[in-house]
Design a protein around this ligand. Structure first.
Ligand code: SF4
Length: 63
């Protein structure tokens, strides 16, 4: 399974939390997205990869 991280360069746009809602959520107090839960299924992995592809500042890392 892939491992997801979100870097400090996140600009709090909210897109990734819409694309991968099971795994990424917004943290209003931190003004950034955070990994709520690592992906556990192929569907969740696909959603996380879509979020990474669409992040406007390339702040989502997948290893
Ligand atoms: S898509 Fe990128 S910039 Fe937008 S909230 Fe997610 S990590 Fe942050």
């Amino acid at each position: 399974m892939m491992r997801l991280t979100i870097e400090d360069t996140c600009i709090d746009c909210g897109l990734c939390a819409e694309l991968a809602p099971q795994n990424i959520r917004m943290a209003p107090q931190r003004e950034s997205a955070h990994v709520y839960r690592q992906p556990r299924t192929p569907d969740e992995e696909r959603q996380c990869l879509a979020a990474r592809a669409d992040c406007p500042v390339d702040a989502i890392r997948v290893t």
